[in-house]
Design a binder for this molecule. Structure first.
Ligand code: AP5
Ligand code: MG
Length: 222
């Protein structure tokens, strides 16, 4: 079996990509590479790049392809990903990004693209109740709160609502998902790299489905 796993996760906003990637990264001991988290961190640092990315994000728009591709290329060429693999969260989101990634990873490529499938009304419910640690990005919700007020259980950071979890930005993000990202499901299916996972149910149930699918692809039986 080839060591390490090379995975990416697709799915609409609120499908649970970030929630599952944290678990996948721990399970397979691979870095979790989230373009959204990288841009939010740059925004908090107040760099010129971060502030520009934040303008796109807060409006629910995509950061331009050439910027995102450059950021991922730099990250994916680091030693940890080359040796152990990765799980990509939120990249690619356009056909141009998918093609760039395909070229970057040749000849081995990715093992699997995982599509987390969730009805839109469920995703909207999850987004409305989501709260996130500003520092380590751990997810909470109005039903699953930190133990002490809105202070992160992991790192003590402040837990807040994301700036793009406002009604108008959510609507725009979902429109863009349908127009630009959903076509990637067929793109990976045509290349025999796609698995679709039902994202209903609690996070542990979804995670069990996901690991079964990845291990099946890697030829691990259990
Ligand atoms: P990004 O940060 O990637 O956000 P997103 O795509 O909008 O996806 P979300 O993070 O909203 O959803 P998620 O699927 O991760 O759900 P989560 O696990 O949090 O991107 C943000 C922005 O950055 C973009 O809009 C764009 O501007 C820019 N950007 C990023 N990548 C880019 C790229 N490649 N190209 C161009 N621009 C890019 O779960 C949601 C909630 O549900 C949480 O509260 C969670 O606790 C809860 N939950 C999760 N799973 C379950 C479950 N099974 N049951 C119950 N509740 C659950
Ligand atoms: Mg996310």
């Amino acid at each position: 079996m080839v060591p390490g796993v090379r995975l990416l996760i697709l799915g609409k906003q609120g499908a649970g990509k970030g929630t599952q990637c944290v678990r996948v990264a721990r399970h397979y001991v691979v870095p979790h590479i989230s373009t959204g988290d990288m841009f939010r961190a740059a925004g908090r640092m107040g760099t010129e790049f971060g502030l520009r990315a934040r303008e796109f994000m807060d409006a629910g728009e995509l950061v331009p392809d050439e910027v995102v591709i450059g950021v991922v290329r730099e990250r994916i060429n680091q030693d940890d990903t080359a040796n152990r693999g990765f799980i990509l969260d939120g990249f690619p989101r356009t056909t141009e990004q998918a093609e760039a990634l395909w070229d970057m990873l040749a000849p081995r490529g990715i093992d699997l693209a995982i599509d987390l499938e969730l009805p839109t009304e469920q995703a909207l419910r999850r987004l409305a109740s989501r709260r996130v640690c500003q520092v380590c990005q751990t997810n909470y919700s109005t039903e699953n709160r930190p133990k002490h007020d809105w202070t992160c259980d992991n790192c003590g950071g402040e837990v807040v609502q994301r700036d793009d979890d406002r009604e108008e930005a959510i609507r725009r993000r979902l429109e863009i998902y349908e127009a630009s990202t959903e076509p990637l499901i067929a793109w990976y299916l045509e290349r025999d790299k796609l698995v679709t996972i039902d994202a209903m149910g609690n996070p542990d149930e979804v995670f069990a489905r996901l690991v079964r699918a990845v291990d099946r692809r890697r030829g691990v039986h259990g």
